[in-house]
Design a protein around this ligand. Structure first.
Ligand code: C2E
Ligand code: MG
Ligand code: MG
Length: 602
């Protein structure tokens, strides 16, 4: 006689059926009827061969009874479950225990259906399974709903790509399934026009931009690359298991980046006739799992230095490092914005944060000082000074302007610093105006692009001049060519207005920027400063001399005063005089000194 399994979970099932066995025949019939009409039922022999199916089984599987009998359940296998999944099932029911789980099956027409499955072993007199009863209820609708929720939680709704959360999981699982000794790469790629498009054409256009960019990136997704959206304007691409040679991993990653940039570039239609050219900033990181071991051994074996890859199992760390490299690439600008993450960037990032907070503190404590450096004419007579800022930090020592001005620009602090420099300059000019030996001198201040973009800049200059009583023609504003790239029209207008109020303008570091000639025609500047890099080689390098000469001719054509910066030797001075330069600045004539004692005769 067969009896129901007695162990574990099976008892819950056994109880009502045992009750049914002792119940009158009618109760049993009713129970069987209820089960038969509500559930999908199959009975197999001990090898799993189907010996009985009810009508609902045939309905849902779309196989006829004749097709099913004599087969195993493999006939409805969807291939979605692993071998281990079924092995575990057979281990459980083989022990005579009830097994429960959700299974995805495939019907004869190829459609999938999900069933909540309970398999009950019926035991023979030796307590061994003789047959199995499988009772299933259909759960396809619930399962699809759950899948939808899961998809929403792990998919980006704009592009349909996996989101950051999901990408982090993919990084973990893809790497776990690798050999453990392999290098992996993660690429972070941002579409830099997104915020401009959002501002100018609205979020719909921004979404369109992201969607189009994601489609292009998706096209390169293959067996190896996984693409996702990991930030508002940023996509991430994972390249797992690139082998144990770091250089080869790097080449594979760079080849992929090249393909990505090729597919991304080119005009992109945003609807309503708006077409833009996409440009991207790219950062990538190479990494290896912590199990692979770190240190010099790893370094030697891989062919890369420890600075060039990271050792981690943390997907957050991987994404973070790729983003540090990408942001660095973006900051550095230029047409090919691509950087590999290097360990030293982490220290630099920390140093930057420290420098920013120190700068705020330094400004409050009055650690900034204005220095000035003389500018002389062809007879070495001082004709003016250039104001140069210095930061004597109690914490960091003397910090060069080239180190902190770019940071001040990025954080916007430059506006505050610039206002203070302007005040100091006007105060100095006011003092000089009452001294007959100095009343004809000019004072130049350096301006950052950011200062010009703040509303009311021209008004503030006018007010400062008025407040201090600065005579006309004495204050000079030095701009670099970078200032001219954003909103040239506005800059031109502002300089023209300031010119009418007696403020001169000068183009600093001339020759190092972009197409200077076209700007020169439009810009109301009165002075050009030849960059130090040409001056330092003007004596030995014919090309540098030719450039300096061309700048002088240009200056003649546009009636501009030409100043040479960074003159250090008599030979340079002579050569520049020969070429026809009007004024000179450099250590040969005087180093920058505190503005109050700056007028030492040279
Ligand atoms: P810049 O305006 O081109 O200033 C000239 C730089 O050349 C100064 O460096 C000056 O000290 C240096 N210099 C002058 N003569 C010689 C020389 O004979 N040999 C060499 N090797 N160098 C010489 P500094 O003071 O370090 O300033 C660097 C840059 O920082 C400036 O370049 C300017 O772009 C920026 N900067 C300085 N002060 C300010 C400021 O108040 N506001 C803004 N926005 N930028 C400033
Ligand atoms: Mg300057
Ligand atoms: Mg300069």
């Amino acid at each position: 006689m067969t009896s129901l399994a007695g162990a574990g979970e099976s008892r819950d099932w056994a109880r009502p059926l045992q009750a049914a066995q002792i119940a009158p025949r009618q109760v049993l019939d009713e129970l069987m009827y209820a089960l038969d009409t509500t559930s999908i039922i199959a009975i197999t022999d001990r090898r799993g061969i189907i010996t009985h199916v009810n009508d609902r089984f045939c309905e849902i599987s779309r196989y006829s009874r004749e097709e099913l009998l004599g087969q195993t359940h493999r006939i409805v296998s969807s291939g979605r479950h692993s071998k281990e999944f079924f092995k575990e099932m057979w281990r459980t029911i083989g022990r005579g225990e009830v097994w429960k789980n959700e299974i995805c099956n495939r019907a004869k027409d190829g459609s999938e259906y999900w069933v909540d499955t309970t398999i009950i072993p019926l035991l023979d007199e030796q307590g061994k399974p003789a047959r199995y009863v499988a009772i299933r209820t259909e759960e396809t609708a619930r399962h699809l709903a759950e899948e939808q929720v899961r998809r929403l939680a792990y998919t980006d709704s704009v592009t349909g790509l996996v989101n950051r959360e999901s990408m982090l999981r993919t990084i973990s699982t893809a790497v776990e399934s690798g050999s453990g000794k392999d290098f992996n790469a993660f690429v972070s790629i941002s579409v830099d026009e997104l915020s401009v498009v959002n501002d100018a054409f609205g979020f719909e256009a921004g979404d369109r931009l992201l969607l189009e960019a994601s489609k292009r990136l998706h096209a390169i997704e293959g067996e190896r690359a996984h693409v996702g959206r990991i930030g508002s304007n940023t996509f991430g691409v994972l390249l797992p298991n690139l082998g144990a040679d770091c250089r080869e991993a790097e080449s594979a990653c760079l080849a992929l980046i090249r393909r990505m940039l090729e597919t991304l570039s080119g005009p992109l239609e945003l609807g309503s006739g708006v077409v833009i050219d996409v440009s991207a900033s790219v950062g990538y990181v190479l990494w290896i799992g912590a199990d692979a071991g770190a240190g010099s051994e790893q370094e030697e074996a891989s062919g890369c230095s420890a600075n060039e890859f990271i050792v981690t199992d943390d997907p957050h760390e991987v994404v973070k490092c790729s983003e540090i490299a990408r942001k660095r690439a973006r900051r550095e600008g230029g047409p090919h914005r691509l950087r590999q993450f290097q360990q030293r960037m982490l220290h630099e990032a920390r140093d930057r944060v420290r420098l920013i907070s120190e700068l705020h503190r330094g400004i409050e404590k009055g650690e900034l000082q204005l220095f000035a450096q003389p500018i002389v004419d062809r007879d070495r007579r001082v004709i003016g000074e250039e104001g140069l800022i210095r930061w004597f930090s109690s914490e960091l020592g003397t910090v060069a302007p080239d180190e902190f001005i770019p940071l001040a620009e990025q954080t916007g602090v430059i506006v505050e610093i610039g206002d203070w420099v302007l005040e100091e300059a006007c105060r100095t000019l006011a003092r000089w105006s009452s001294d007959p030996a100095r009343d004809g001198l000019t004072f130049s201040v350096n301006l950052s692009e950011r200062q010009l973009r703040v509303d009311g800049f021209a008004d503030r200059v006018r007010e400062a001049i008025k407040r201090h009583g600065v005579p006309p023609g004495r204050l000079t504003l030095e701009l670099t060519e970078s200032v001219l790239h954003t909103d040239l029209e506005r800059t031109v207008g502002m300089l023209a207005v300031l010119r009418t109020q007696g403020v001169q303008s000068s183009l600093d570091d001339f020759g190092t920027g972009y197409s200077s000639l076209s700007y020169l025609q439009q810009l109301p500047v009165q002075q050009l400063k030849i960059d130090r890099s040409f001056v330092s080689s003007v004596v030995d390098d014919v090309q540098a001399a030719a450039i300096a000469q061309t700048i002088v001719w240009l200056g003649r054509t546009f009636k501009l005063q030409i100043v040479a910066e960074g003159v250090e030797t008599e030979e340079q001075f002579e050569k520049l005089r020969e070429i026809g330069v009007d004024a000179f600045q450099g250590y040969l004539f005087g180093r920058p000194r505190p503005v109050r004692d700056s007028l030492v005769s040279v």
